[in-house]
Design a protein around this ligand. Structure first.
Ligand code: SF4
Length: 468
């Protein structure tokens, strides 16, 4: 006779034949095999597992069944609420001009000396009014490009006017830059102001200089010198890095860690070559998702070793997936939200004043057009957001009712990316069996489950949470 009732669960068999199960409370559990799963489903779960299964709301006694169902519903509502709330990142593209011509550039950059690709500084009051209208403090602003440091006067002017308008304690600014053009004057300006930098450091010096093209062929060396200068003049903690992994860099995870150790950088974020915008045409150096996740595994294992040797470096692409799985408070990430983060977690104002719901939407617009992607223009009087299109996109981005996601074991940790599927498959929901977005995130979640199963790794991931 069965001694418990089964609550709804999803499952997935991993490559090593273990089976991961999950439910709407975002609880995960690893079972040794499909046979064990069958025992659980048939009502004969091994005695050693029953307590864990009950604690995770996978099974309940007859007496507790109704209350467990209600608890599951409430926990799921909380999860949705978490992804509905949160602060938008406001990105500004002061110029599309750039000194680099990177092989995987996503936005069709303009040459350094071209005209007609800059936001005029006369738009700054309009941008500030727009930001105040659509978002609440503390504001998170990021300057993107092109190369934003080609528009350093715009950035200085924006900072000064924004500080007057909202108060110095109510915002912070990140400049996403290759740092090749960072000069002493700008560094001096950044002193005692809330300005940080996000720079690109690719795996392997050779790969960095091959893909991040400068006529002088020394993009890596310029970045390294600028990061050192920022640390000397502004102190530590002002630079984060983003790493693009290409075929040329895939064996260089140790080199990447060594560079971060030498530069004193604690945070890194790795990603495959973007499938968006103009980068989609330049596939020669693109890794498969499997190759990328193999790189990620080697990198994370090296970082676990580093932690035990006394050096803390956190890789955030992996870590975001980990935090989503364990339901950590800090698990927000624009690409992994349900409903999607598009327009509600990010906005970008490009050099024309047009407003988009995400950087990817801007890239797709530059490549393919599509006026419905433009949510407004800051130059219009009292500019606000045309949310018609984004409402439609977001209302079809809850992955509990997206085919494929609705029965996926990672449903509550994963997100949906309507803009990606719009570009790749012509409609926002997408066929998940053919989606590279789905394949990538599924593989990364599998990797998290695999590495968490080792208590040595897991204890390091738990420690990383203390550095958030
Ligand atoms: S996108 Fe893929 S991995 Fe994510 S929930 Fe949907 S089916 Fe699962």
């Amino acid at each position: 006779m069965q001694e418990y009732r089964l609550l709804p669960l999803n499952f997935r068999e991993l490559d090593n034949k273990q089976v991961v199960i999950s439910n709407l409370t975002n609880n995960y559990m690893l079972l040794e095999s499909k046979e064990v799963l069958n025992q659980v489903v048939d009502g004969y779960a091994p005695a050693a597992l029953r307590h864990h299964l009950e604690e995770g709301s996978f099974i309940a006694s007859e007496r507790d069944f109704e209350s467990k169902v209600k608890l599951t519903t409430a926990a799921y509502a909380q999860l949705l609420r978490k992804d509905l709330l949160g602060q938008r990142l406001i990105m500004i593209v002061p110029t599309l001009r750039c000194d680099h011509s990177c092989t995987y550039c996503q936005v069709s950059r303009a040459n350094q000396n071209e005209t007609g690709f800059d936001l005029p500084s006369t738009t700054i009051p309009q941008i500030i009014e727009f930001i105040k209208r659509v978002e609440k403090p503390p504001y998170k602003i990021e300057f993107q490009g092109g190369e934003p440091l080609l528009a350093e006067n715009f950035i200085k002017e924006f900072y000064t006017q924004f500080e007057k308008a909202v108060g110095s304690q109510n915002f912070s600014i990140i400049i996403a830059s290759s740092l090749s053009l960072l000069n002493d004057d700008f560094l001096d300006f950044a002193k005692n102001r809330k300005i940080g930098f996000s720079t690109s450091i690719d795996a392997g010096h050779y790969a960095h200089n091959k893909h991040r093209k400068l006529i002088t062929k020394n993009s890596f060396e310029l970045m390294r010198d600028s990061v050192n200068k920022i640390s000397q003049v502004l102190g530590g903690g002002r630079v984060g890095s983003v790493t693009t992994i290409t075929k040329e860099g895939k064996d260089y995870h140790n080199d990447l860690v060594d560079v971060h150790l030498n530069l004193g950088l604690q945070d890194l974020f790795v990603r495959p070559v973007s499938p968006f915008g103009f980068a989609a045409n330049r596939a020669t150096s693109v890794l498969s998702n499997k190759e990328f996740v193999d790189f990620l595994r080697s990198l994370i294992l090296r970082l676990v070793d580093e932690y035990h040797s006394g050096s803390v470096i956190i890789e955030h692409f992996f870590f975001i997936h980990y935090k989503r799985l364990i339901n950590a408070a800090q698990g927000g990430y624009v690409d992994l939200m349900s409903p999607a983060g598009y327009a509600k977690q990010s906005l970008i104002i490009d050099y024309t004043g047009n407003i988009f719901g995400s950087d990817e939407a801007r890239m797709i617009f530059r490549r393919h057009g599509g006026n419905q992607l433009i949510l407004g223009n800051v130059k219009q009087p009292s500019a606000t957001l045309d949310t018609h299109f984004s409402h439609d996109l977001l209302s079809s981005s809850f992955n509990f009712d997206i085919p494929g996601c609705n029965e996926c074991v990672y449903q509550t940790a994963c997100g949906s990316d309507p803009i990606y599927h719009l570009q790749e498959q012509g409609e926002p929901i997408g066929n998940k069996s053919e989606s590279a977005f789905c394949d990538l995130h599924k593989r990364v979640f599998d990797l998290v489950i695999e590495l968490m199963d080792n208590p040595i790794n897991n204890s390091v991931f738990e420690k990383w949470l203390e550095y958030e």
